[in-house]
Design a protein around this ligand. Structure first.
Ligand SMILES: NC(=O)c1ccc[n+]([C@@H]2O[C@H](COP(=O)([O-])OP(=O)(O)OC[C@H]3O[C@@H](n4cnc5c(N)ncnc54)[C@H](OP(=O)(O)O)[C@@H]3O)[C@@H](O)[C@H]2O)c1
Length: 295
């Protein structure tokens, strides 16, 4: 291909999508942002995107125009449990002749998807695998060049729906107890995505994106204490009690706790150098995040 690819950013108004848009604009890459709401469109425009197209991932009939003339796609989705919205986007990309898809997926697939039989995949072990597993498989089935970004938990963990209820009580409730977390900076996730979207040669896939260091629950709680004007305490209930807490306090389905199984059984959070290999610099650390990005 001569010149720069035209990139469609799905999820352009979200946490990672906005950063991806800004990164692509800095590299003079022509982009289009997909929006399904006026508020989302305003956020996309605020990132400097001129070409904003309306489309709802829930309704495949609305997606054709969005993919017209697009070379590469950044795929971000908020849906959990089922992959239908992502599959609508993948099918639209295939019909439009898209040449590369970079998908924001999840580290959970290393534990709850890879190596499963088709029969096991029919009843995925957790709600996040139920979204990303079938979506990754569908992308691979199309034969379109692709990179699956599989980050661990973002450093913005205080805003994660599974964790946020605890923070309202100044608690970091992390049921695993045993394993730490190699939290990854959302800027690094976005910068990795940008590199995968623009690089001439297709990067390896999947990429396991982590921060540079395993952090204990206590370190994470202490870190947030420095920015939240309150002492945040680490709480590590047994998984069963945590599931009870999820349902009664966080208002989430009890089954959401299944995502924690691998973190209970592993003794260490793997730290990878995939970000350093891709971006030729070390991954950003938690201290930087707290100083510049945490709210
Ligand atoms: N948080 C973590 O620690 C973590 C770790 C690993 C992987 N992940 C993965 O990261 C992804 C979430 O990324 P994020 O934090 O950037 O998400 P986010 O901030 O929630 O953004 C989601 C985006 O999807 C758009 N969207 C939602 N429904 C749509 C629809 N029907 N049609 C078109 N667009 C729609 C939203 O638009 P509006 O703003 O207009 O609604 C928004 O732009 C998830 O797939 C999650 O599994 C997260």
């Amino acid at each position: 291909m001569t010149g720069k690819p035209k990139v469609l950013v799905i999820g352009a108004s979200g946490q990672i999508g906005r950063r991806v848009c800004r990164g692509l604009i800095q590299r003079d890459v022509p982009i289009r942002g997909l929006s399904h709401s006026p508020t989302g469109a305003m956020k996309i425009a605020a990132s400097g995107v001129d070409d904003i197209v309306w489309g709802d991932l829930g309704d495949p009939r609305t997606l054709k125009a969005a993919f017209h003339g697009v070379d590469h796609v950044m795929q971000v989705s908020r849906a959990i449990r089922e992959p239908r919205q992502e599959i609508h986007a993948i099918e639209a990309a295939q019909r439009a002749g898209v040449r590369r898809v970079v998908k924001l997926s999840s580290e959970i697939l290393y534990y709850h998807w890879d190596g499963l039989s088709d029969q096991e995949k029919a009843t995925p072990p957790d709600m996040v695998a139920a979204l990303h597993g079938p979506a990754e498989d569908r992308i691979l089935d199309t034969g379109i060049d692709s990179v699956m970004l599989r980050p661990t938990w973002f450093m913005s963990i205080d805003a994660n729906p599974l964790i946020a209820a605890g923070f309202t009580k100044n608690q970091f409730v992390w049921p695993a107890g045993l394993a730490g977390l190699a939290l990854v900076h959302p800027d690094d996730v976005a910068e990795s995505a940008v590199e995968c979207l623009v690089s001439e040669h297709l990067p390896p896939s999947p990429l396991h994106l982590t921060g540079p260091k395993e952090l204990s629950s206590e370190e994470i709680a202490a870190g947030f204490s420095t920015v939240k004007d309150a002492t945040v305490v680490a709480a590590s209930p047994p998984l069963h009690d945590y599931e009870e807490w999820l349902e009664t306090v966080a208002g989430m389905p009890r089954q959401a706790g299944r995502i924690f199984d691998p973190y209970v059984t592993r003794r260490h959070a793997p730290v990878t150098d995939d970000i350093e290999q891709l971006l030729h610099r070390p991954a950003r650390n938690f201290t930087d995040y707290l100083a510049h990005d945490a709210t």
